[in-house]
Ligand binder design. Sequence first.
Ligand code: PLP
Length: 393
Amino acid sequence: MVSPLMSIYPRADLAFERGEGAYLYGGDGRKYLDFGSGIAVTALGHCHPRLVEALRGQAGALWHCSNMYRIPAGERLAQRLVDRTFADSVFFANSGTEAIECGLKMVRKHHHERGQPERYRVIACQGSFHGRSLAAIAASGKEKHLQGFAPPMDGFDQVAFANLNEMRAAVTPETAAILIEPVQGEGGINPAPPDYLRGLRQIADEFGILLFLDEVQCGMGRTGKLFAYEWAGIEPDILAAAKGLGGGFPIGACLAKEGPASAMTPGSHGSTFGGNPLAMTVAGAVLDIMEADGFLENVEGMGRLLFEKLEQLVGAHPKVLSSVRGSGLMIGLECLVKNSELRDKLAENGMLVVNSGEHVIRMLPPLIIGQSHVDEAVAIIGKSCKELAVEGT
Ligand code: PLP
C-alpha cells in the first residue's frame, strides 16, 4: 500500500519542532547544528527576527493578489535586483525549477523573435542539476532522473563541465544558449574556474547565443558575492535564482537582460502565485540584510576559515576524508567512506549536512554563522571521523 505522503524522498527518521539561527530543535528534544540549511534555503538561519517581522506584518495586510493587478512589493524587489545585478527585468516564480523553466522559454522566444526559430537547443553540463520538470531533467540529462519518463524533451545537449573545447565544439547553428551552474551543487560542489566562465561568455558572444546561469543554489550570497558570476567579472544574459532569496519562504526569480526579456510579452508566460505579496516582502527583507555592510565579507571570511579547518581535518583523518572543495559557504567534503555513513554519524553527533552523489558531504550553513559555529562544526566532524575510523577497523 502506498503511504499517504508520496514516497519520493529517502527521508531520515528525524523531525524538527523549531529552528533558531543555525540550530534546529528535534522532536526528540535534541539540538542540531544545521549546516544544510534545507539545501541552501535558510540562508539567514532559522526564524531570523527581521524575516519573521516582515512576514507577520504582511500576513496581517494581504497574502495573495493576482498578477492581474500591480503588486508594489514585487515592483520594488525587481527594481532592487535590477539595480544590483546585470539584469534589466525580473520574472518571479515559486521555485528554482520554475525560474529555470522561464529562462528556457525565454531562450527559445528570444531567437524566435529574431527570426531564428531553428535556434532552440541548449547546451548544459554533465553532473548538472536544474530541477525536476521534464525540461529540467532533459537539460541535465542525468540518466537516473530521466529513467521512466521517456521520451526526454528534445532540445538539450550535454558536455563535460569546465571543458571549454567541448563546449565550443558542441555549438551548432541550432544552439540557442549555454546553461550552467557556476558552482555545481547536486553534482558534488564543483566550482567553475573563473577563466571557464569568461570563456563561456566569449563563446556565447562569438556565436550569438545566450549565457544562462543557474544560481538557484550558489546565488544569494552563498559564495561571498550576491551572485557567483561576479567572481569571474562577466555578466550572463539570463540567471535563475531561488532558495536563499526567500530565506525559507518559497520563491524563484528569473533575471534577464533587456534582449531576452523583451521577447517575453503579455501572455508569453505566467504564474498564479509567483510574485505574491508574502514572498515579495520576505525577499525584500532578505535583500536588506544581505546588502548590509559586512554581510558578504562574513560569508567570505567564514568560508575561508571553514575551508582551512576542513583541510586540516582531511590531513588528520586520512581513512575517512580525502579532499575539500568549494566556494564561500558552499563546501564539499569528499569522503572515502559512503557519504551517508558520515552524514548519519554527524547527525548522531548533532550536526546536519547534505549528501551529494555517493562520496561528497555538502556543507551549506546559514550565511550568518560566526567562528563559534565553525569551531563547533569542526569538532563534531573530527569526533565523527574518529568514531567511523574505529568502527571501520
Ligand atoms: N537548480 C539548482 C542548481 C538546484 O540546486 C535546484 C534545487 O536543488 C534547482 C535548480 C531546482 O530548484 P527547486 O527544487 O526549488 O525547484
